[in-house]
Write a protein that binds this ligand. Sequence first.
Ligand code: P6P
Length: 339
Amino acid sequence: MLNRTMVITLERFILDQEAFHPDDTGELTNLLYDIALGAKMIASQIRRAGLVNIIGTAAAVNVQGEEQQKLDVYANETLKNALNHTGRVCAIASEEDEELIPIPDGYPAGRYTVAFDPLDGSSNIDVNAPVGTIFAILRRVTTAGQGTLADVLQPGRELVAAGYVIYGSSVMMVYSSGHGVHGFTLDPTIGEFLLSHENISTPRTGKYYSVNESNFGRWSKGVQRAVRGFHGDDPSRMKGKNSRYIGSLVADFHRNLIAGGVYLYPGDAKNVDGKLRLLYECNPMAFLAEAAGGKATDGTRRILEISPTSLHQRTPLVVGSADDVDYVARVIAETAGAA
Ligand code: P6P
């Protein structure tokens, strides 16, 4: 029987984790808590979305040329406002903003930068499918004042922490600061994220593969061969998997993180770098996957080794169970070698 006084809040857990970051002055703890506050506010709006006609486009278009759902705009503004005045952040990058977001005049610039996708998978909002917030935290490399692109355009191996919030049947925040991956479920009756999944570990191979098969004809021969392996066409090396693809990276990633599996968004003849963004989608997911014993590549290279050159650059992504990610890389290399 759970002793109700035994619950571990996100704040308490992060404080306990602080022992791993002795040079931190508690700022990282507070920064993660700022993000959690933003997530609670977003969750509250999502929960009411069908009731207050918040669904529907804000008649705006974001830098990706995508129609902005009102909740996209709300989530973006909520996260920026939760972070920009705290003195913990020197610069913010968002999928919804073309340029780096500076700290408002009159507020101090802090030691960290945050890159986020405020509401990933937002096209699922109208059909009540899970959506998510994805974030990546770096320590600044410049010494003072407003953050610059140099502070944000760092390889993912430099990440201090990363995570996501999934707004699904329950609201969960999953994060890592490099020492394990931990999940917290929002208890709406008390408005707190409570530890529910400590030290998430991803099985070395999984039951699922997640990819948009309608792009099959545009993939390279190597990617086609690897996905056919997941269909069961390569039984000596790869057991056939179940296909699960909901069109929301956070939801597909979360299922595979816990149950085991691999998510792919390959490049193709039309989009050689695929669709997903390096800084605030692929890097945080790669950081989490590796912290849980999984892997993440662009089909060949480790995602966390890629040196970014622009805020919204894309990369192909293969992420999840280590043996499944390795299988894709091996088949791609074999196919290239045989060409
Ligand atoms: P497609 C949502 O737009 C997203 O960025 C990810 O959340 C999702 O996995 C992917 O794109 C879906 O893209 O091309 O399969 O619809």
